[in-house]
Design a protein around this ligand. Structure first.
Ligand code: PLP
Length: 433
């Protein structure tokens, strides 16, 4: 029998999708898997996944609710929406109720729904998380990138936002603010947030405040911009990072009353696509958002571990000549390898993609190039997700006095990975200078 071919027009792709690659974070994971299958030792600093186990009380709640099998309301389980609202009020003093909350299988899904329903520009500082811009592209929304300054911790400066808004004062815009930041690990302080809130209010911008790493602020001092711009801020969160439950797929949006129309429109799309979020997971999430002493203790320890490890790795990289600051939250570093630019160029390594490819090939350490976060290709930045360690073991071994002997705590893999990068740079530098 001749092989049947399918005519080209049958597989015609939507123009918004053509040429879009698989999300960089997932692609790097698949590449690591491939290399591991070939017997290579791979250090997975590419995908930003929490290394910690889900808190036991939340796991227990999931077990108790495994029998829950009904489709739940599109916007989420009532008691969970209440618990999320209560959480925001308790932690940030935000005045909201369960009605203002929407639950979905991941905050990524909620962001996509928002872009589908909102008819306006998406404004994103660079560098920013990998999926904001591709989602806008799929939804057919224009993207405006805003420059930030590495000397100012890659933070969005209010003047930059104001200059953009002045170009067309009536234009509808969503600006995404993400802090503690993926990819930089930096955050904003109260005065910076107030200044940004003032510009947002002046130009009636919708702020999507992606606070998914908020609980992982290393000092536990996360502040939501919704405190200063409550009428125009949607707060995005979920279980994926602070609760170690990325694969459970549960995200939350908390809307100001004035933006209820957006929430309702998003629910229409949700009702025609995923229907509702996994029932047992929603019941278990109630426990996570209600919190308690055990969950606070887990968070305090997680923050301390991430801070200690992040500072240690940043120092090690700095000593090797890489430019990188100490992280303030989450589990990322965004090093700049430009001091090695000439040496690398002589080896034919030009740009962040080539740099990451080569480091992966030569050392087995996977990181993501700065270009996938919206940085220029020629800039030698990369994102390190310092999560390749056994979070359960580390949490069990860790005490706040554990300032030495990191390897014994269970960090050895990630520390070896950073050592490999530093040694590779030394070899490259020595060979070429
Ligand atoms: N926002 C940022 C900055 C992230 O890093 C991620 C996940 O990596 C998400 C949102 C999406 O999280 P989820 O869809 O798991 O809630």
């Amino acid at each position: 029998m001749p092989i049947q071919t399918i005519p080209e027009q049958v597989t015609h792709l939507n123009l918004n999708i053509r040429g879009l690659p698989l999300s960089a974070t997932l692609a790097i994971n698949e590449r690591c898997y491939e290399l591991q299958q070939k017997g290579r030792t791979i250090y997975k600093l590419g995908l930003g996944q929490s290394p910690f186990p889900v808190p036991l009380a939340v796991q227990e709640e999931l077990r108790r609710n495994v029998h829950q099998k009904a489709y739940l309301p599109v916007k989420g389980l009532g008691i969970l929406r209440e618990a999320v609202a209560g959480y925001h009020t308790r932690k940030q003093g935000i005045d909201c109720s369960g009605d203002d909350v929407m639950i979905a299988p991941g905050s990524k899904e909620l962001m996509f729904l928002l872009q589908m329903v909102y008819y306006g520009d998406l404004v994103i500082p660079t560098p920013s998380w990998v999926s904001y811009a591709p989602q806008a592209h799929i939804a057919g929304r224009p993207v405006r990138w805003l420059e930030t300054n590495p000397d100012n911790g890659w933070r969005l400066c209010p003047d930059e936002l104001e200059n953009l808004c002045r170009q067309d004062t009536d234009r509808a815009r969503i600006v995404i603010l993400n802090y503690p930041s993926n990819p930089t690990g930096y955050s904003y302080d109260e005065s910076e947030l107030k200044a940004l809130a003032a510009v947002a209010r002046k130009f009636r911008i919708v702020v999507l405040s992606d606070e998914i790493y908020g609980e992982l602020h290393h000092k536990g001092e996360h502040v939501s911009i919704a405190r200063y711009y409550p009428e125009g801020t949607i707060v995005s969160g979920g279980l994926s990072k602070w609760c170690g439950a990325g694969g459970w797929r549960l995200g939350t949006f908390t809307f100001p009353k004035a933006l209820g129309k957006l929430k309702n429109a998003m629910a229409v799309i949700a009702s025609e696509t995923y229907t509702s979020t996994c029932a047992p997971i929603q019941y278990a999430a109630v426990k996570a958002f209600e919190g308690g002493d055990d969950i606070e203790a887990y968070l305090t320890k997680s923050r301390s571990v991430l801070s200690t490890l992040g500072n240690h790795l940043a120092s090690r990289l700095n000593d090797a000549g890489v430019i990188v600051g100490k992280p303030e939250g989450g589990f990322y570093l965004f090093p700049d390898f430009s001091p090695f630019k000439e040496a690398l160029a002589k080896k034919g390594i030009i740009g962040s993609t080539a740099l990451c490819e080569r480091i992966l090939e030569d050392t087995g350490v996977a990181m993501l190039p700065g270009s996938v976060f919206g940085r220029p290709e020629e800039e030698l930045t990369a994102r390190i997700a310092y999560v390749d360690f056994d979070g359960e073991k580390v949490l069990n071994n860790y005490t706040t006095n554990s300032t030495n002997g990191h390897a014994d705590l269970g960090f050895s893999s990630v520390i070896t990975a950073i050592d490999h990068i530093c040694e590779w740079l030394t070899e490259e530098g020595r060979a070429l200078n």
